[in-house]
Design a protein around this ligand. Structure first.
Ligand SMILES: Nc1ncnc2c1ncn2[C@@H]1O[C@H](COP(=O)(O)OP(=O)(O)O)[C@@H](O)[C@H]1O
Ligand SMILES: [Mg+2]
Length: 279
Protein backbone atom coordinates (compact mmCIF):
# COMPACT_ATOMS: atom_id res chain seq x y z
CA UNK A 1 0.00 0.00 0.00
CA UNK A 2 1.35 3.41 -0.95
CA UNK A 3 2.22 5.78 1.90
CA UNK A 4 0.41 8.69 0.24
CA UNK A 5 -2.37 7.58 -2.10
CA UNK A 6 -4.40 10.12 -4.07
CA UNK A 7 -6.98 8.75 -6.50
CA UNK A 8 -9.17 10.76 -8.82
CA UNK A 9 -8.89 14.03 -6.92
CA UNK A 10 -10.87 16.96 -8.25
CA UNK A 11 -11.26 20.48 -6.93
CA UNK A 12 -14.37 22.22 -8.18
CA UNK A 13 -15.80 25.69 -8.00
CA UNK A 14 -18.95 27.27 -9.32
CA UNK A 15 -18.64 30.02 -11.91
CA UNK A 16 -21.41 31.98 -13.63
CA UNK A 17 -21.13 29.39 -16.42
CA UNK A 18 -21.58 26.43 -14.09
CA UNK A 19 -19.28 24.02 -12.27
CA UNK A 20 -15.60 24.25 -13.14
CA UNK A 21 -13.01 21.59 -12.32
CA UNK A 22 -9.83 23.47 -11.44
CA UNK A 23 -8.19 20.14 -10.57
CA UNK A 24 -9.58 17.34 -12.67
CA UNK A 25 -9.13 13.68 -11.72
CA UNK A 26 -5.59 13.73 -10.41
CA UNK A 27 -4.10 10.41 -9.20
CA UNK A 28 -0.64 9.67 -7.84
CA UNK A 29 1.06 7.71 -5.11
CA UNK A 30 4.18 8.46 -3.07
CA UNK A 31 6.16 5.95 -1.03
CA UNK A 32 7.52 6.77 2.40
CA UNK A 33 10.80 8.67 2.11
CA UNK A 34 10.25 9.58 -1.51
CA UNK A 35 10.39 13.07 -3.00
CA UNK A 36 7.61 13.52 -5.52
CA UNK A 37 7.61 16.54 -7.80
CA UNK A 38 4.56 18.23 -9.21
CA UNK A 39 5.53 20.45 -12.08
CA UNK A 40 3.55 22.64 -14.44
CA UNK A 41 3.13 26.21 -15.50
CA UNK A 42 1.43 28.79 -13.32
CA UNK A 43 -2.31 28.11 -12.95
CA UNK A 44 -2.06 24.39 -13.75
CA UNK A 45 -3.50 23.37 -10.37
CA UNK A 46 -0.41 22.43 -8.37
CA UNK A 47 -1.21 24.49 -5.28
CA UNK A 48 -4.90 23.54 -5.24
CA UNK A 49 -3.94 19.84 -5.39
CA UNK A 50 -1.88 20.24 -2.23
CA UNK A 51 -4.31 22.60 -0.55
CA UNK A 52 -7.00 19.94 -0.98
CA UNK A 53 -4.91 17.51 1.07
CA UNK A 54 -4.74 20.03 3.92
CA UNK A 55 -8.34 21.29 3.59
CA UNK A 56 -6.89 24.72 2.86
CA UNK A 57 -8.94 25.48 -0.23
CA UNK A 58 -10.25 28.99 -0.85
CA UNK A 59 -13.92 29.61 -0.06
CA UNK A 60 -16.34 28.25 -2.59
CA UNK A 61 -14.18 25.33 -3.68
CA UNK A 62 -14.87 21.70 -2.90
CA UNK A 63 -12.97 18.44 -3.04
CA UNK A 64 -14.01 15.21 -4.66
CA UNK A 65 -11.84 12.10 -4.56
CA UNK A 66 -12.12 8.34 -4.72
CA UNK A 67 -9.30 8.06 -2.23
CA UNK A 68 -6.95 10.33 -0.33
CA UNK A 69 -4.95 8.52 2.34
CA UNK A 70 -1.67 9.17 4.15
CA UNK A 71 -0.28 6.20 6.11
CA UNK A 72 -3.29 5.06 8.14
CA UNK A 73 -5.19 8.33 7.91
CA UNK A 74 -8.06 9.06 5.56
CA UNK A 75 -7.49 12.68 4.56
CA UNK A 76 -11.10 12.96 3.36
CA UNK A 77 -12.48 12.42 6.85
CA UNK A 78 -9.70 13.33 9.31
CA UNK A 79 -10.34 16.77 10.88
CA UNK A 80 -7.97 19.38 9.36
CA UNK A 81 -6.54 20.15 12.80
CA UNK A 82 -5.31 16.54 12.96
CA UNK A 83 -3.69 16.81 9.53
CA UNK A 84 -2.03 20.25 9.43
CA UNK A 85 1.23 20.18 11.30
CA UNK A 86 0.40 16.77 12.78
CA UNK A 87 0.68 14.66 9.63
CA UNK A 88 1.69 17.19 6.99
CA UNK A 89 3.67 20.41 7.27
CA UNK A 90 3.87 22.95 4.53
CA UNK A 91 6.49 25.45 3.40
CA UNK A 92 5.72 28.20 0.94
CA UNK A 93 7.34 30.21 -1.79
CA UNK A 94 7.93 33.46 0.02
CA UNK A 95 9.64 32.96 3.39
CA UNK A 96 9.51 36.65 4.26
CA UNK A 97 5.72 36.64 3.97
CA UNK A 98 5.35 33.41 5.94
CA UNK A 99 7.25 34.72 8.97
CA UNK A 100 5.74 37.27 11.30
CA UNK A 101 7.91 40.42 11.11
CA UNK A 102 7.23 41.56 14.69
CA UNK A 103 8.32 38.41 16.55
CA UNK A 104 11.81 36.98 16.96
CA UNK A 105 12.65 33.58 15.45
CA UNK A 106 12.84 32.17 18.98
CA UNK A 107 9.38 33.33 19.80
CA UNK A 108 7.84 32.00 16.57
CA UNK A 109 9.53 28.61 16.73
CA UNK A 110 8.78 28.30 20.43
CA UNK A 111 5.09 28.94 19.75
CA UNK A 112 4.97 26.09 17.23
CA UNK A 113 6.78 23.74 19.62
CA UNK A 114 4.40 24.67 22.43
CA UNK A 115 1.41 23.96 20.25
CA UNK A 116 2.58 20.71 18.70
CA UNK A 117 4.75 19.03 21.33
CA UNK A 118 4.55 18.19 25.03
CA UNK A 119 8.04 19.56 25.75
CA UNK A 120 8.55 21.83 28.77
CA UNK A 121 10.23 25.21 28.36
CA UNK A 122 13.78 23.95 28.95
CA UNK A 123 13.29 21.07 26.53
CA UNK A 124 11.78 23.46 24.00
CA UNK A 125 14.87 25.64 24.18
CA UNK A 126 17.11 22.65 23.44
CA UNK A 127 14.80 21.45 20.68
CA UNK A 128 14.76 24.90 19.14
CA UNK A 129 18.55 25.11 18.87
CA UNK A 130 18.71 21.52 17.61
CA UNK A 131 16.17 22.31 14.88
CA UNK A 132 18.00 25.46 13.78
CA UNK A 133 21.22 23.49 13.62
CA UNK A 134 19.49 20.59 11.76
CA UNK A 135 18.56 22.99 8.96
CA UNK A 136 22.16 24.12 8.68
CA UNK A 137 21.98 27.49 10.41
CA UNK A 138 25.23 28.56 12.09
CA UNK A 139 25.22 30.38 15.44
CA UNK A 140 21.75 29.27 16.49
CA UNK A 141 21.81 31.63 19.50
CA UNK A 142 22.10 34.62 17.25
CA UNK A 143 19.53 33.34 14.75
CA UNK A 144 17.04 32.65 17.55
CA UNK A 145 17.38 36.22 18.81
CA UNK A 146 16.94 37.66 15.32
CA UNK A 147 13.87 39.12 13.70
CA UNK A 148 12.99 37.91 10.19
CA UNK A 149 14.27 41.05 8.44
CA UNK A 150 17.70 40.48 9.98
CA UNK A 151 18.08 37.19 8.09
CA UNK A 152 18.75 36.57 4.40
CA UNK A 153 16.08 34.91 2.23
CA UNK A 154 17.90 31.60 2.39
CA UNK A 155 18.15 31.75 6.19
CA UNK A 156 14.47 32.65 6.44
CA UNK A 157 13.57 29.62 4.33
CA UNK A 158 15.74 27.43 6.58
CA UNK A 159 13.89 28.80 9.61
CA UNK A 160 10.57 27.92 7.95
CA UNK A 161 11.80 24.42 7.23
CA UNK A 162 12.81 24.13 10.90
CA UNK A 163 9.32 25.28 11.86
CA UNK A 164 7.75 22.72 9.53
CA UNK A 165 9.89 19.97 11.08
CA UNK A 166 9.25 21.12 14.64
CA UNK A 167 5.71 19.76 14.62
CA UNK A 168 6.98 16.23 14.08
CA UNK A 169 5.00 15.81 10.86
CA UNK A 170 6.54 13.12 8.64
CA UNK A 171 5.30 14.55 5.37
CA UNK A 172 6.30 17.90 3.96
CA UNK A 173 4.66 19.85 1.18
CA UNK A 174 7.05 22.40 -0.30
CA UNK A 175 5.20 24.76 -2.65
CA UNK A 176 7.75 26.53 -4.87
CA UNK A 177 10.11 26.77 -1.86
CA UNK A 178 13.03 28.16 -3.81
CA UNK A 179 11.33 30.34 -6.42
CA UNK A 180 11.99 33.54 -4.46
CA UNK A 181 15.67 32.69 -3.91
CA UNK A 182 18.69 33.24 -6.10
CA UNK A 183 20.22 30.28 -7.87
CA UNK A 184 23.06 29.54 -5.42
CA UNK A 185 20.82 29.70 -2.37
CA UNK A 186 18.21 27.66 -4.21
CA UNK A 187 20.74 24.85 -4.74
CA UNK A 188 21.63 24.90 -1.03
CA UNK A 189 17.98 24.61 0.03
CA UNK A 190 17.46 21.71 -2.40
CA UNK A 191 20.48 19.95 -0.87
CA UNK A 192 19.05 20.54 2.59
CA UNK A 193 15.71 18.98 1.65
CA UNK A 194 17.49 15.91 0.29
CA UNK A 195 19.58 15.61 3.45
CA UNK A 196 16.53 15.92 5.68
CA UNK A 197 14.62 13.36 3.64
CA UNK A 198 17.38 10.84 4.23
CA UNK A 199 18.03 11.70 7.86
CA UNK A 200 14.38 11.92 8.97
CA UNK A 201 12.83 9.63 6.35
CA UNK A 202 10.57 12.50 5.35
CA UNK A 203 8.15 12.13 2.50
CA UNK A 204 8.14 15.29 0.42
CA UNK A 205 5.75 16.66 -2.16
CA UNK A 206 7.78 19.23 -4.04
CA UNK A 207 5.95 21.73 -6.22
CA UNK A 208 7.67 23.76 -8.89
CA UNK A 209 7.12 25.35 -12.27
CA UNK A 210 10.70 24.45 -13.10
CA UNK A 211 11.59 20.99 -14.43
CA UNK A 212 15.31 21.53 -13.86
CA UNK A 213 14.73 22.20 -10.17
CA UNK A 214 12.45 19.16 -9.91
CA UNK A 215 15.10 16.99 -11.54
CA UNK A 216 17.67 18.04 -8.95
CA UNK A 217 15.64 16.98 -5.96
CA UNK A 218 12.82 14.57 -6.89
CA UNK A 219 12.65 10.82 -7.40
CA UNK A 220 9.36 10.93 -9.29
CA UNK A 221 7.48 13.69 -11.06
CA UNK A 222 3.94 14.38 -12.19
CA UNK A 223 3.50 16.94 -14.96
CA UNK A 224 0.31 18.99 -14.57
CA UNK A 225 -1.49 20.99 -17.19
CA UNK A 226 -4.89 22.65 -16.91
CA UNK A 227 -5.83 20.72 -13.78
CA UNK A 228 -4.77 17.31 -15.03
CA UNK A 229 -1.67 15.15 -14.79
CA UNK A 230 -0.55 14.60 -18.38
CA UNK A 231 2.41 12.39 -17.56
CA UNK A 232 4.15 10.94 -14.51
CA UNK A 233 6.92 8.56 -13.57
CA UNK A 234 10.52 8.41 -12.48
CA UNK A 235 12.30 11.71 -13.11
CA UNK A 236 14.89 9.97 -15.29
CA UNK A 237 12.15 8.44 -17.45
CA UNK A 238 9.94 11.49 -17.77
CA UNK A 239 12.85 13.77 -18.62
CA UNK A 240 14.75 11.19 -20.66
CA UNK A 241 11.80 10.09 -22.80
CA UNK A 242 9.02 12.61 -22.34
CA UNK A 243 5.83 11.13 -23.82
CA UNK A 244 3.70 14.24 -23.80
CA UNK A 245 4.20 17.28 -26.02
CA UNK A 246 3.63 19.54 -23.03
CA UNK A 247 6.48 17.92 -21.09
CA UNK A 248 8.72 18.36 -24.12
CA UNK A 249 7.68 22.00 -24.35
CA UNK A 250 8.44 22.56 -20.65
CA UNK A 251 11.81 20.94 -21.10
CA UNK A 252 12.56 22.92 -24.25
CA UNK A 253 11.60 26.23 -22.67
CA UNK A 254 13.93 25.39 -19.78
CA UNK A 255 16.79 24.53 -22.12
CA UNK A 256 16.19 27.79 -23.94
CA UNK A 257 16.84 29.56 -20.65
CA UNK A 258 13.31 30.92 -20.41
CA UNK A 259 13.54 31.00 -16.64
CA UNK A 260 12.43 33.94 -14.58
CA UNK A 261 15.62 33.82 -12.56
CA UNK A 262 18.07 33.21 -15.36
CA UNK A 263 19.08 29.93 -16.87
CA UNK A 264 21.01 27.11 -15.31
CA UNK A 265 22.67 25.76 -18.44
CA UNK A 266 25.15 23.43 -16.78
CA UNK A 267 22.63 21.92 -14.41
CA UNK A 268 20.08 21.52 -17.16
CA UNK A 269 22.53 20.02 -19.61
CA UNK A 270 23.89 17.55 -17.09
CA UNK A 271 20.44 16.55 -15.95
CA UNK A 272 19.35 15.78 -19.49
CA UNK A 273 22.54 13.80 -20.11
CA UNK A 274 22.00 11.95 -16.83
CA UNK A 275 18.37 11.31 -17.65
CA UNK A 276 19.31 9.91 -21.04
CA UNK A 277 21.83 7.45 -19.68
CA UNK A 278 19.60 6.49 -16.74
CA UNK A 279 16.50 6.10 -18.83
N1 LIG B 1 -8.82 31.63 -4.76
C1 LIG B 1 -9.11 31.30 -6.02
N2 LIG B 1 -10.27 31.69 -6.59
C2 LIG B 1 -10.57 31.36 -7.87
N3 LIG B 1 -9.77 30.65 -8.67
C3 LIG B 1 -8.60 30.22 -8.17
C4 LIG B 1 -8.20 30.52 -6.82
N4 LIG B 1 -6.99 29.95 -6.60
C5 LIG B 1 -6.66 29.35 -7.75
N5 LIG B 1 -7.61 29.51 -8.68
C6 LIG B 1 -7.57 28.99 -10.07
O1 LIG B 1 -7.34 27.59 -10.04
C7 LIG B 1 -6.40 27.21 -11.03
C8 LIG B 1 -5.25 26.48 -10.40
O2 LIG B 1 -4.60 27.34 -9.50
P1 LIG B 1 -3.31 26.91 -8.65
O3 LIG B 1 -3.52 25.55 -8.07
O4 LIG B 1 -3.05 28.00 -7.69
O5 LIG B 1 -2.19 26.85 -9.79
P2 LIG B 1 -0.61 26.68 -9.63
O6 LIG B 1 -0.29 26.46 -8.19
O7 LIG B 1 -0.27 25.51 -10.50
O8 LIG B 1 -0.03 27.94 -10.18
C9 LIG B 1 -6.00 28.50 -11.75
O9 LIG B 1 -6.74 28.57 -12.93
C10 LIG B 1 -6.40 29.60 -10.81
O10 LIG B 1 -6.79 30.73 -11.52
MG1 LIG C 1 0.92 27.62 -6.95
Amino acid sequence: MAYLDIQNLSVTTVSPKGMVKLVNGVSFTVDRGEIMGIVGESGSGKTLTCSAMLSLLPNGMSVLADKMTLADADLLTTPPSQVRGKLISMIFQDPAAALNPVFSIHSQLNAVLRRHTKLDSTQRKDALHQLLSDVGLPDTQRVARSYPHELSGGMQQRVLIAMALSTGAQTLIADEPTTALDVTVQAQILELLKTLRTRLELTILFISHDLAVVSQVCDKVAVMRQGQIVEQGLVSTVLGQPQHAYTRALLASRLGGASKRGSLPTVTASLVEGAKTDG
